[in-house]
Structures are given as C-alpha cells and as structure tokens.
Write a protein that binds this ligand. Structure first.
Ligand code: FAD
Length: 423
C-alpha cells in the first residue's frame, strides 16, 4: 500500500517551506491551517542567507534576486529589502553603532521580507486547507490520525507540527498552544513571557512622503532602529504597494517597570485602543525625525495598537522523543519560539524545514514503515534540536540587553568604534 500523506499542521513559514519542498520532490502532503485564507500577515521579517540560501538551493537554484523580487518589502518600487541596522539615538539622531554592518554587493546577507508575500510565494501549488484547526492526534509512527475541530479525521504517515506558538493563551507561564498536540503531548513545555512592554502600530503614507521624511535620516534602509534612554523606537517598512503607498510598522518598547506598571498586560495579546498611559509616555520623550513623526502620540491616538508579548520557549529532547512515539515531529516556533526583536525564529523555521525535508526525502519510499518514520524524526532532532534551543537562549539574552540607559548605549558605541564596527 502506498505511504499515507505527510500531514502538516500550520500554514506559517515552516509548514509552507517544508510542504513546498516535499511537493517538489513528489511527496504527497496536505497543510491544515486554522485561519482563513485571506488573513493578512502584514508585517515583515529579516531573512538571513544562512537560512534562505539552503531553501533556494533545494528549490532547484532559485536566485536571490528572484526571491527578493517576489518577497522584499519594497519590491513594488524596485527595492530588495535592504537593511542598515545602525542603532541611532532616537532623541538626537546620532548614529551609535551597527551590530551587523552591511556586506558589499547587491546580494546582502540579510534583507526584509513581507510575511504575506512570503506566504503567497511559498504557497504556490500547495494543497492548503484553511479553516482546519487541529484538536487532537492519535496513532503511532506511520499511522497517525489528525483530528480537527470540525470532527474531520485524516490519516497520514507522519504529522509535522508547524503550528507556532499560540498567541491567545493567557498568563505569564503559558501552557503551549491551543493545539491539543502539545497540550496532551508536551504538558511540561512552557512559553515564558519576557518582562518587556512592547506596543506596535501601523502608519501608511505615500512613497513620496515617506522618502521625504526618511531618506535624510535613514537613507535607503527599510529599518530605522532607534534606541533611547531605557526605551526603544523601531520603525520598519512592512510593505510597499503598486499604487504608491507604503505601510510602516512602529514599535515602542521598554522593560517592565515594577509591579504597578500600567502598560504591562501579559494576559492581553491583542489589538486595542491606544492606552492613555502609552500616549502620556510617548509625549514625555523628546524624539527626533523620523521617530518623532512616526511614533507620535497625536498621530496615533485614534489608532489601534497591538500589545505584543515577547516569548521564549524551550522544549526538552525527552518531551520531543515522547511526542515522536505518536508519529509527530515539531518544527519552527512550535519547538523554539524566540523574541521577535533580534530574533531568528523565522530563519530557524526555514532551516528546520529544509533539514526535515532532506531527511524525509532520503527515506521516502512507496511503503514507509514505522521504523522509517522513527528514524526520520530522530535524525532530524539529532541535527536540528540543539541549534534551535541554543538560538532561543542567545536571542533571549540579546533581547534582555535591548533596553538600557543611553549612557550604556554610548559606551557600547565607543567600544564598537574601537573595534572598527561602526558605519
Ligand atoms: C512582528 C514580528 C516580527 C518578526 N521578525 C522576525 C525577524 O525579523 N526575523 C526572524 O527570524 N523572525 C521574526 N519573527 C518570528 C517569525 O515570524 C516566527 O519565528 C516564524 O513565523 C515561525 O514560523 P512557524 O511556521 O514556526 O510559525 P508561524 O509562522 O507562527 O505559523 C504557525 C501557523 O500555525 C497555525 N496554527 C496554530 N495552531 C493551529 C492548529 N491547532 N491547527 C491548524 N493551524 C494552526 C497558525 O494560524 C499559523 O498560521 C517575527 C515575528 C513577529 C510576530
């Protein structure tokens, strides 16, 4: 009997990447995504060459240019998502240092990709079943059954849990994801919410207005990284449209200020009316352009903002090995969610997908046995597990140094200058 399909739960970065590669290799797979097809993923992520180059290579040698043309945030007006990460004092405009000086040439080591564009590019030709929320898993390697909220049950040979971290669970220490895969199978896993206040909003303007405001201060970069005295203002280009509009994401963040911090809302990860305390706090800052124009209390007071919780999730290898006995392998944020600033989650999601694909592809036969599936999962974790868990630790550590007094930033800049690491 031919092998049953590979079942992929989650149509995010990791689920789509692995599906795209499997389909190209002729391996039958189905993706189940809980949300509706039209759901926009309007924000952007920094993609890095150590992750996207292996993907492009496995896709048969897609060029970096072609990839950038399809997904870069500023592709609509000929851009390649170019990033200059120079940290600037957001109250003076002074360039402090660049944690990752850009490399030469037009094929940068990193660039900004729009999430929706990336999803659309990856989804091409895939069998994605939207509005299918996984609620349970039964079975053993080679014979796994996914159970959906609708009551639908589908059998597969292996189930790839690519369903990320659930962002509606409440509490500081979270049980992981609403997905029963992990509630039932990883009861000990917990996502820690880091003690940081981070609000995010959107602005839209014409490309001309944006260039006028932006170019003198930030140049051609699609990111403006502003650090202040214990608070940060980051602005990123989320997307440009063919009709000449540009969508920008702004964030205002700082460390949690004690027990009575009015802006610390760990149980509310949602879009909300701008809190008055946030407006007051932003008004108390003395920002310079472009931060003063884009993170401006008067401009945003009628908007909605997102309260973003910043996660760090680690899972033990023992838990994963137990899960594998049901024929389930976890990839991406589902197994290693990391802070979104200075984070590498999307890149590790891509790399996990490529590595898992290669292992499945090498083992795939017309009749996949339980032993084959067990070996696939073990081989995958033997290579990928430690990389993902180390990245969570590294990114959480980096993120913990993200909000500091401006004198400390100045010191970091002096040290960087001494080391020649400055633009
Ligand atoms: C604002 C922001 C900026 C970021 N910036 C960066 C960056 O610059 N660099 C970087 O590397 N990373 C970044 N990240 C992180 C990156 O987006 C994630 O690490 C990446 O999306 C993880 O991919 P994933 O496939 O594991 O999970 P996701 O992309 O979250 O996909 C999971 C999918 O599973 C679906 N799902 C969940 N539960 C179920 C269920 N029960 N049944 C069916 N479907 C389900 C969800 O709806 C979702 O579509 C950023 C994240 C955010 C939010």
């Amino acid at each position: 009997m031919p092998s049953k399909p590979v079942l992929i739960i989650g149509g995010g970065i990791s689920g789509l990447c692995v599906a795209r590669l499997l389909v190209q290799r002729g391996i039958h797979c189905i993706i189940f995504e809980q949300s509706v097809m039209e759901k926009s993923q309007g924000y952007a992520i920094t993609v890095r060459d150590w992750a996207f180059k292996p993907l492009l290579e496995e896709l048969g040698g897609v060029t970096v240019d072609a990839f950038q043309n399809a997904v870069a945030v500023d592709r609509a007006f000929g851009g390649s998502g170019w990033v200059d990460l120079t940290f600037r004092n957001n109250e003076t405009g002074k360039a402090l240092f660049n944690p990752e000086p850009p490399k030469g040439g037009n094929q940068g080591a990193l660039f900004r990709a729009n999430r929706s564009a990336l999803r659309d590019w990856l989804s091409d030709g895939l069998d994605v079943r939207y509005e299918h929320k996984l609620e349970g898993v039964r079975g053993t390697p080679g014979h796994v059954t996914a159970v959906f909220r609708s009551g639908l049950e589908i059998a597969g040979s292996i189930l790839i849990g690519a369903d990320g971290v659930n962002s509606s669970d409440a509490g500081i220490r979270l049980t992981l994801s609403a997905s029963l895969v992990r509630r039932a199978l990883l009861p000990n896993a917990s996502a820690e919410v880091l003690p940081v206040v981070l609000f995010h909003g959107k602005r839209v303007m014409t490309v001309e207005a944006w260039r006028e405001l932006w170019t003198n201060h930030i140049g051609a970069s699609t990111v403006a990284a502003g650090v202040g005295d214990n608070f940060n203002t980051f602005i990123t280009v989320a997307n440009g449209t063919n009709s000449g509009s540009i969508y920008l994401d702004w964030t205002y963040s700082r460390a949690r200020a004690g027990e009575d911090d009015a802006l610390w809302m760990p149980t509310r990860s949602e879009i909300m009316k701008v809190p008055q305390h946030l407006l007051k706090e932003i008004r108390s800052k003395d920002l310079v352009p472009p931060f003063s124009i884009l993170v401006d209390a008067d401009a945003i007071k009628k908007d909605k903002v997102y309260n973003w919780r910043i996660w760090a999730l680690q899972v033990s290898r023992e838990d994963l090995d137990r899960v594998s006995e049901r024929g389930v392998v976890l990839i991406g944020d589902a197994v290693h969610a990391m802070p979104i600033f200075g984070g590498e989650g999307g890149n590790h999601a891509i790399l996990d997908s490529v590595e898992l694909f290669k292992i499945i592809s090498a083992r795939w036969t017309e009749t996949l046995t339980a032993g084959d599936v067990r070996t696939v999962i073990q081989d995958f974790y033997n290579g990928a597990y430690q990389r993902g868990q180390d990245a969570v630790k590294r990114c959480a550590q980096r993120f913990s140094q993200f909000h500091q007094p401006i004198e400390k930033w100045e010191k970091v800049a002096e040290t960087a200058t001494r080391n020649g690491n400055r633009v």
